[in-house]
Design a protein around this ligand. Structure first.
Ligand code: KG4
Ligand code: ZN
Length: 355
């Protein structure tokens, strides 16, 4: 089965992506066309603009992915596509594109859960064995998953409101920093004093692994407004200190909840995915928690941590190996929880309702 070659298509948020991946974990190509400039003026992803851009760019992304891999469609074993969760217009554009290719070529079609794509990435990048723990932290996702098989996920906790990347973006906005805010907040925080402003550590007083970030955002807003009322404006040092306090609070909360997740579910590996995993302070905090728990810490390369087609191709290969096949009735799903036993999550992020 290791001679499988899959095309993966991803269009659930603001990246149009296609990639070709083999069953023995080689990424033959990975094209990611970001829509960030299209949404920049709106302070968030506009679903209608995203859907139209996906529809326009998908064909080209697929063509480029095949060309970069040096393969024709006939060389493939199947087509994997994100069938949810995500912004429905974008997911539909991807599913329709994949169905068209599958119908025209006769290749098998496999619908993939976007979150499973993220969650299975450490198997593609590092060949990690089951079980392991995955912390997904991005602009649209925030959850702890115990991964026991390609289709066996247990959610140990997640955010009850904003995703952490969303919180970084909102902090950037209220401090007049550019979007997406994470890297800018991190750069400011590097020169700041994390102890000057006391910020809450949301939900640490409650047992379990659920998280909350919207109160933290409000606390930063209050501090900012108090400084402005007091002095008529923000100084550069104020901004740095606010960013440092915020980032430290997020890092501490993620670390403590990861410690609990590892204690509740002792597994050999703690893996992270999502744009927020790029943050050095957060990464270091998680690394320390893993080391203390005797687990290996694993962060796939950033281009495979953020939305991409390779993770979808890989998740498609894993599902295909389990005997899963879809047909022309494959539906695009705005919501698609990975763990059907877990209670639905509240809140809605950049990608719409959280799965
Ligand atoms: O995974 P991703 O590229 O897209 C999805 O949300 O699906 O994550 C993007 C998010 C943004 O909210 C961005 O601000 C955040 O990841 N991010 C960071 C950093 N780099 C990106 N957050 C904190 N620190 C960073 N260095
Ligand atoms: Zn994602």
């Amino acid at each position: 089965m290791d001679d499988l070659i899959f095309l993966g298509i991803e269009s659930s948020c603001d990246d149009t992506a296609a990639a070709v991946v083999t069953g023995d974990r080689r990424i033959l190509s990975s094209i990611v066309s970001s829509q960030t400039p299209l949404h920049a003026d709106f302070g968030g992803v506009v679903p209608e603009i995203a859907a139209r851009a996906h529809a326009e760019r998908l064909d080209l992304a697929v063509e480029q992915a095949l060309a970069q891999a040096g393969l024709q469609l006939e060389a493939l074993s199947g087509i994997a596509v994100t069938a949810g969760p995500g912004l429905i217009g974008g997911v539909m554009a991807g599913v329709m594109c994949a169905k068209g290719i599958a119908a025209g070529s006769g290749l098998p079609l496999v619908g993939v859960n976007h979150l499973a794509g993220h969650a299975l990435t450490p198997r593609l990048t590092n060949g990690v064995e089951f079980p392991y723990l995955m912390l997904l932290v991005s602009g649209g996702h925030c959850q702890f998953l115990r991964v026991d098989g390609p289709e066996d996920f247990t959610r140990l906790g997640g955010t009850i409101d904003d995703a952490p990347g969303e919180a970084f973006d909102k902090i950037a906005k209220l401090l007049a920093l550019p979007q997406p805010g994470g890297p800018h907040v991190e750069a400011e925080a590097a020169g700041g004093d994390p102890r000057r402003f006391p910020l809450p550590r949301p939900l640490l007083d409650r047992p379990g692994c659920d998280l909350s970030f919207s109160g933290l955002k409000t606390a930063v807003l209050r501090q900012r407004d108090a400084l402005i009322a007091d002095r008529g404006g923000l100084r550069a040092a104020d901004r740095r200190d606010l960013c440092a306090a915020f980032q430290t609070a997020v890092a501490e909360v993620l670390a403590e909840k990861s410690r609990r997740a590892l204690a509740a579910s002792p597994v050999p590996v703690l893996a992270v995915a999502g744009g927020v995993a790029a943050n050095r302070q957060i990464r270091a905090a998680l690394e320390q928690v893993a080391a203390i728990a005797g687990a290996q810490f694993l962060a796939p390369p950033l281009r495979l941590c953020t939305d991409n087609g390779a993770m979808i191709a890989w998740a498609g290969i894993e599902r295909f190996r389990m005997g899963h096949r879809d047909d022309m009735t494959l539906a695009a799903r705005p919501r698609w929880p990975l763990d059907n036993r877990a209670a639905p999550m509240l809140g809605s992020g950049k990608k719409g309702a959280k799965a």
